[in-house]
Design a protein around this ligand. Structure first.
Ligand SMILES: *Cc1c(COP(=O)(O)O)cnc(C)c1O
Length: 364
């Protein structure tokens, strides 16, 4: 048997006709930048996130960058970021001219540690940039306490967490969150896409200007913006997929539960889920102290896995300028050596899930 990590073609098989109809309609609409398809998706996605505003942008990285800019982040400011994240989280900070200040995660969840955040605050700190990693919400209440103590803002990178809940609130419902619609995300476009969701009308307004050349009225420019708009063809696709997102997330949850039940019975530690978290399992991540050989054995058995992520941002050449040496963020570095993400897709069959479990337990 072969189990792909994620089969993007199989993933949309059920709704392919609806997607094709939506695409054709958008292609015939005569409006190819901004317009009604985009507005409709923005309204639907804001409602889904239980938030007031949504601004579609070109990708998840731009959503983060424009969110930070709208919060007033600029040259010389510091933004606290997880050491254990995809590099986009850091790059958004750098693109604003600010400095990413990393912190090691909580070991149980691999997610941002509010105590470590508190320790990293300096007079230059402006924003805490939390990531809802693997589709598991970060501890927002604990972060809010730290932020309020120091007069800081929180931006949530929810690129992996469409539909996840923290204490019954959807990502985006409690403040300002950004999303990516990269094809492999839980809600993915047929190409790049992103959005910022917020209850703050000023942030929404500012991001609306920034993404569109700093302009609300054609040829009238309030600020120096950029061109980062969500393509209406992608918005049309996303509107169709949004209707099935909850079903797909429910299916992911069932696969994760099946994995975790089987692994805990065998004495293998499944991902820890705090009682206040309702994750959407963008990734199902295990640790293994001989990870590379384990991955090779699974690969030989026809099971595709992925490492999220093999080199942390602070050890990438791209961030050599910050001067971090190996050993500076020990937990993040250990995770980079030990984590392995198992196949996870709503279209995965029960037979595939059972096969993965069987091989994982045999090849451990
Ligand atoms: C995917 C991702 C991003 C970037 O999204 P793009 O749409 O690829 O720019 C940012 N942060 C995290 C945590 C991601 O997983």
């Amino acid at each position: 048997m072969k189990v792909p990590f994620l089969d993007l073609k199989a993933a949309v098989a059920d709704i392919a006709p609806a997607i094709e109809t939506a695409l054709l309609q958008a292609a015939r609409s005569g409006q190819y930048v901004m317009g009604p398809e985009l507005e409709r998706f923005e309204t639907e996605f804001a409602a889904y996130c239980e938030a007031k505003h949504c601004q579609g942008v070109a990708n998840g990285l731009d959503a983060l960058r424009l969110g930070l800019e709208a919060m007033g982040v600029g040259a010389g400011d510091e933004v606290i970021v997880p050491a254990n994240t995809y590099i986009a989280t850091w790059l958004a900070v750098s693109q604003c001219g600010a400095i990413p200040v990393p912190v090691d995660p909580i070991e149980a969840t691999h997610n941002i540690d509010p105590d470590a955040v508190a320790e990293a605050i300096t007079p230059k700190t402006k924003v805490i940039l939390a990531v809802h990693l693997y589709g598991q919400p970060a501890d927002l209440d604990a972060l809010r306490v730290v932020a309020d103590q120091h007069g800081l803002q929180i931006l949530e990178d929810a690129a992996q967490a469409h539909g996840a809940r923290y204490k019954s609130d959807r990502m985006g419902a409690r403040g300002t969150a950004t999303f990516s619609f990269y094809p492999s995300k839980n809600l993915g476009a047929l190409g790049d896409g992103g959005a910022l969701v917020t209850n703050d009308p000023d942030i929404a307004h500012q991001v609306g200007l920034l993404r569109n050349y700093g302009s609300e009225i054609k040829y009238v420019h309030e600020i120096k913006g950029l061109n980062s708009r969500l393509d209406p063809l992608q918005a049309a696709v996303l509107s169709v997929k949004l209707q099935v997102l909850d079903d797909w997330n429910t299916r992911r949850r069932a696969i994760a539960q099946r994995y975790s039940a089987a692994f805990s019975k065998a004495g293998l530690m499944p991902p820890f889920v705090p009682e206040w978290a309702e994750p959407v399992w963008h990734l199902y991540v295990l640790r293994h102290d001989d990870r590379d050989r384990f991955q090779k054995r699974l690969q030989d058995a026809g099971i595709a896995t992925v490492i999220h992520y093999p080199i942390p941002p602070h050890l990438q050449n791209a961030y050599a300028d910050l001067g971090y040496e190996a050993g500076r963020f020990p937990l993040t570095e250990t995770l980079a050596r030990e984590v392995i993400s198992l196949p996870m897709c709503h279209a995965q069959t029960d037979e595939q899930t059972e096969y993965v479990i069987d091989r994982v337990l045999k090849l451990l």
